[in-house]
Design a protein around this ligand. Sequence first.
Ligand SMILES: Cc1cc2nc3c(=O)[nH]c(=O)nc-3n(C[C@H](O)[C@H](O)[C@H](O)COP(=O)(O)OP(=O)(O)OC[C@H]3O[C@@H](n4cnc5c(N)ncnc54)[C@H](O)[C@@H]3O)c2cc1C
Length: 163
Amino acid sequence: MYWRVKEGHEGKFNIGDGFPTFASYGDLCVYGTPVLEYPDLVKVAFHGGDTCDPDKRKWGPGVKVDKLKEWVEERLGGMVDSSEAVVKQSCMYSMTADEDFVIDYLGGEFGKDVVVGGGFSGHGFKMAPVIGRILTQLVVDGEASGVDLKHFRIGRFNTTTSN
Ligand SMILES: Cc1cc2nc3c(=O)[nH]c(=O)nc-3n(C[C@H](O)[C@H](O)[C@H](O)COP(=O)(O)OP(=O)(O)OC[C@H]3O[C@@H](n4cnc5c(N)ncnc54)[C@H](O)[C@@H]3O)c2cc1C
């Protein structure tokens, strides 16, 4: 969802002026970013939804639009028009069980020959530069510097072993 910034407040939502990417974890998981692609709009969207078959997915604006309007009005109403989102798109993403990334060697018979970077659960785009560096180092150097990748290990969903 992209919302119109009210006249006189346009400059406040630019990346160059320090407007952040943000997330708000409440009843509704709302997130937003400064917008480069649509001048004078700001992205404030809802993260969530139902499991779907990619070939039979719904293409509507998604669910809980009214709740999102309320959120925008309450938090940004003075500066953003909450009456209706100007642009509406629905996303589809691959989710892991804990909604976090998988960054690891595939292991098993493949050992360290295959590196996996996936399961970004709808929040991988903003991390692309650092993920790119980590994956490159895993491939080229056999380890990533300055980061502890335990949290992202592929075996964490396996309940039959202590990976
Ligand atoms: C509409 C939408 C909005 C989003 N908004 C945000 C956001 O605001 N912030 C955020 O952080 N994240 C956002 N995300 C999530 C983010 O885009 C993903 O987490 C991220 O792009 C995942 O990166 P990836 O490299 O795993 O997969 P992808 O970016 O999907 O890259 C996979 C690549 O593999 C290629 N490919 C597929 N099959 C083959 C094949 N057989 N051979 C060769 N190439 C192949 C594809 O063409 C593609 O280029 C959004 C996602 C969507 C869909």
